[in-house]
Design a protein around this ligand. Structure first.
Ligand SMILES: *[C@@H]1O[C@H](CO)[C@@H](O)[C@H](O)[C@H]1NC(C)=O
Ligand SMILES: *[C@@H]1O[C@H](CO)[C@@H](O)[C@H](O)[C@H]1NC(C)=O
Ligand SMILES: *[C@@H]1O[C@H](CO)[C@@H](O)[C@H](O)[C@H]1NC(C)=O
Ligand SMILES: *[C@@H]1O[C@H](CO)[C@@H](O)[C@H](O)[C@H]1NC(C)=O
Ligand SMILES: *[C@@H]1O[C@H](CO)[C@@H](O)[C@H](O)[C@H]1NC(C)=O
Ligand SMILES: *[C@@H]1O[C@H](CO)[C@@H](O)[C@H](O)[C@H]1NC(C)=O
Ligand SMILES: *[C@@H]1O[C@H](CO)[C@@H](O)[C@H](O)[C@H]1NC(C)=O
Ligand SMILES: *[C@@H]1O[C@H](CO)[C@@H](O)[C@H](O)[C@H]1NC(C)=O
Length: 357
């Protein structure tokens, strides 16, 4: 996920922006069933636009056509003791919004409605910078407490670990594999077996064949999968910004060949060209071909995520839910309404870049 902003270092790669019902994994340590529908996921990073709350209710307001399985809030960040914004914060266009801020009230209300309708809501944590990888024993405990209390108080169904800061363009420091495992173990112990723990690596972290740009998490996901795969519900792999490609099934197939089960790998794509300044934008016909091929090839294709909700095409800002309906049709998820791209969605960015810090 990449947040599109010139926000300086504090912000992690996320352009966040940049990462489903039943789905699939109700318990993190059971393997998904091949009869489950592929996940359809929205990352949600823009909570307000010009002061106006972005409603999530269109995703559930027609009882017969709920197709989204997960909504992932992007993003949470823990600021360490002593920081001006100490505690758990939510991105609202800046990192200065405490989790209990009054301008999040409408989001929490929508979130509860989604959950009542079977959509799992996950909080994405920008896990590598600036605090947890630098934490010593005493600050780690305090930072974990902030995270724990925020996830509990706001009744999240899971956490997504978005670790993408070992990018040499930003900082070589990153959270270590050991600290990631420590975090996963603490969460599993405190939140129980059904709590979803997901990761959102760039695709090239799951197969080096996906891109000559390497992994930007600072550790090897195969080692993580070997050690804690049973705790990781699925991987929201970013197939954009030059770290992967959704124009063909190849990169996804390389990831599967590299040992990752297709039911655990979600193909992440921009749901609007502007969300990644066109980087990784795939024309509708092409994306449809890729997704249908993967869904046919693998009995339990892991699904698709869109970055990000508020301006998702083909509906754009007036109908961002249409993207999920389109994905649902292509993936054969029941009850999708008959949304069609009215025309090809043009890449409108003048400055397409490979990666935004
Ligand atoms: C999913 O279905 C398969 C085949 O029907 C079955 O063998 C497997 O145990 C099921 N997996 C789970 C996690 O329920
Ligand atoms: C669902 O929400 C959309 C967008 O707000 C609206 O256009 C549509 O009429 C709503 N449908 C129902 C059944 O409320
Ligand atoms: C709800 O129904 C309206 C009217 O049929 C449709 O325009 C809209 O796309 C639907 N909402 C969702 C989330 O599918
Ligand atoms: C699909 O629509 C039918 C009939 O309206 C409804 O009973 C069923 O629950 C819906 N399924 C999903 C997955 O929304
Ligand atoms: C939300 O409120 C916090 C303070 O509680 C503020 O710092 C932040 O800028 C606000 N966000 C928006 C989008 O208004
Ligand atoms: C948020 O929590 C902090 C720390 O507990 C408290 O000082 C602050 O008053 C709370 N803000 C709101 C809006 O509830
Ligand atoms: C831990 O780090 C904090 C913040 O950098 C520092 O104030 C504190 O002294 C450190 N504690 C230990 C035990 O090193
Ligand atoms: C990671 O943890 C393991 C097991 O506790 C330990 O043996 C290993 O030395 C640690 N690695 C690093 C780099 O700290």
């Amino acid at each position: 996920m990449m947040f599109s902003t010139s926000f300086s270092k504090c912000f992690i790669g996320i352009s966040i922006l940049s990462s489903l019902l039943s789905p699939v994994l109700s318990a993190a340590n059971t393997s998904p069933n091949s009869t489950s529908d592929p996940r359809i996921i929205y990352y949600h990073g823009t909570l307000t636009e010009r002061g106006k709350h972005i409603s999530l209710l269109p995703l559930i307001n027609n009882s017969s056509d709920i197709v989204v399985s997960h909504l992932i809030l992007a993003s949470l960040q823990v600021w360490p003791p002593g920081n001006e914004f100490e505690g758990l914060n939510v991105w609202t266009g800046g990192w200065d919004t405490p989790i209990n801020a009054s301008n999040l009230t409408e989001f929490w209300s929508d979130k509860a409605q989604l959950q009542k309708n079977g959509i799992k809501v996950i909080g994405s944590l920008l896990g590598s910078y600036p605090s947890m990888q630098l934490a010593n024993e005493s600050t780690w405990e305090q930072e974990y407490k902030y995270l724990h209390d925020g996830l509990k108080t706001h009744d999240f169904d899971g956490i997504d670990l978005d670790i993408e800061d070992a990018n040499p363009q930003r900082t070589p420091r990153s959270i270590t594999l050991n600290n990631t495992i420590r975090l996963i173990d603490s969460i599993r112990k405190d939140f129980g077996p059904d709590f979803l723990i997901t990761m959102s690596p760039v695709a090239s972290c799951l197969s080096s064949k996906c891109s000559s740009q390497g992994c930007i998490s600072g550790f090897d996901y195969k080692a993580l999968e070997q050690q804690r795969g049973k705790d990781i519900a699925f991987y929201n792999a970013q197939f954009y910004n030059g770290f992967g490609d959704a124009n063909t099934p190849q990169c996804y197939e390389d990831i599967v060949s590299n040992g990752f089960a297709p039911e655990k790998v979600v193909m992440g794509v921009p749901s609007s060209p502007s969300s990644t300044e066109c980087s990784g934008w795939v024309p509708w016909d092409q994306l449809q071909k890729t997704l249908k091929a993967l869904n046919t090839k693998y009995l339990a294709f892991g699904g698709v995520f869109g970055w990000e909700y508020f301006d998702s095409e083909p509906g754009g800002q007036t109908a961002p839910w249409e993207w999920s309906q389109l994905m649902a049709q292509w993936l054969g998820v029941s009850n999708a309404t008959n949304v069609k791209p009215r025309k090809e969605t043009a890449c409108k960015s003048k400055n397409a870049v490979k990666f935004r810090a």
